[in-house]
Design a protein around this ligand. Structure first.
Ligand code: SF4
Length: 372
């Protein structure tokens, strides 16, 4: 296997990549048929009759509500963001946590609150995104947290900056939890480019971490977690799109996903937004940036999803990074009570009637394509 520096020297010269015998070998001991069987055994217990019924009810009520233009909600969310922590070890230059702009309290989710959340969501939910703001792997109990959600047959997804995966023992424990999907943010195909956005991050350490995960998965013959390498396309790194795809192949990840960036401070938007319009979610009209597309007045996220912060606040969606629109707190009420509360109903009605008047909703990609 190449030393990472040598690998990047080859990428820069655009030379074809040679095979990585220890990483690119197919899982010879586990035939493809076995992996399909393993996938089926993994997914079947997720779709319990109660969850399927809930999924039909909540999506049905969303479409009926759109059709009748009336507030109708049957059932509970299918998917929850649960925030183990909103602390982070990096200082990314467009992130409210990295910029230290978050005004809400920062900390670690209490284990009893987490179990309480799982108890309430597991009967009806299908999917848990164990992250929101911050770096989830900072939480000292993150492995037991993942394990308890997987044991309840929830599809558990984590997005990480990947720093902690460089610890081989941690990476092995993580793969053994059999979480569903692991998204690792790598916004550069070289150390220099990576460091521009992921300040305090270490490119080669993250690559080493991804290699650990892929290697353990192959050794154990596991189909999960699916490993996704996510690349935020910005002005300074868009020239590395072909290189990041090659790097993803070389590492043996399941997918490389390109994402368009959200802008918070439009005064420096041009320095951040890529030149390729395909990867820009904004267009400039009369000198002002606005999202592409038009506001439909409806928001699917308010029916099928919800967010729970590290201190138990329930938020309408993942765009409410600083808990500006709190709907309730699970330390004081149940999730069912918050979901039906006057505050939640009134927020949904505000979005239905005047989505364009809510600042958070004006900078929201709901209904737009942001992944490529
Ligand atoms: S920001 Fe507004 S429109 Fe966007 S997902 Fe949240 S509630 Fe829906």
């Amino acid at each position: 296997m190449d030393h990472p520096v040598a690998f990047h020297a080859r990428l820069k010269k655009n030379r074809p990549l040679g095979p990585e015998p220890d990483l690119l070998e197919p899982p010879t001991s586990r035939p493809r048929r076995f992996l399909w069987g393993a996938r089926l055994r993994y997914y079947l217990p997720v779709f319990t009759p109660r969850r399927v019924f809930n999924a039909l009810a909540i999506t049905g009520s969303y479409y009926l509500s759109r059709l009748l233009r009336r507030h109708l909600v049957w059932g509970r969310p299918l998917s929850y963001f649960v925030e183990p922590t909103n602390l982070c070890n990096l200082r990314c230059t467009e992130c409210p946590v990295g910029l230290k702009q978050l005004r809400r309290p920062q900390g670690l989710m209490d284990a009893s609150l987490y179990q309480n959340v799982l108890d309430q969501i597991a009967p009806t939910a299908l999917h848990v995104l164990l992250y929101f703001q911050g770096e989830s792997f900072i939480h000292p109990q993150i492995i037991p947290f993942i394990r308890s959600a997987v044991e309840r047959h929830l599809l558990v997804e984590i997005s990480t900056n990947g720093t902690r995966l460089a610890n081989a023992e941690f990476a092995e424990q993580l793969v053994r939890t059999r979480l569903w999907r692991l998204i690792v943010s790598v916004d550069g195909a070289s150390e220099e480019t990576y460091q521009i956005y992921r300040q305090k991050g270490h490119f080669h350490r993250v690559l080493r971490g991804i290699r650990h995960v892929v290697e353990v998965k192959r050794r154990l013959g596991q189909a999960f977690p699916q490993v996704v390498l996510q690349f935020l396309v910005m002005r300074h790194n868009e020239h590395e799109i072909p290189a990041i795809k090659a790097l993803g192949r070389q590492l043996g990840v399941d997918r490389v996903v390109l994402k368009s960036p959200q802008i918070y401070h439009f005064s420096d938007a041009e320095a951040i937004l890529p030149t390729n319009p395909r990867f820009r979610r904004y267009e400039k009209v009369n000198g002002t940036y606005r999202l592409k597309g038009s506001f439909s007045g409806y928001c699917r996220k308010l029916w099928i999803g919800s967010v729970i912060t590290q201190d138990g606040q329930v938020l309408p969606c993942c765009f409410d990074k600083d808990a500006t629109y709190p709907l309730g707190n699970l330390n004081q009420s149940s999730l069912a009570a918050v979901w039906r509360s006057g505050k939640t109903v009134s927020f949904r009605n505000r979005v239905i009637r005047h989505r364009e008047k809510i600042p958070m909703c004006r900078n929201c990609s709901e209904g737009l394509r942001i992944f490529f």
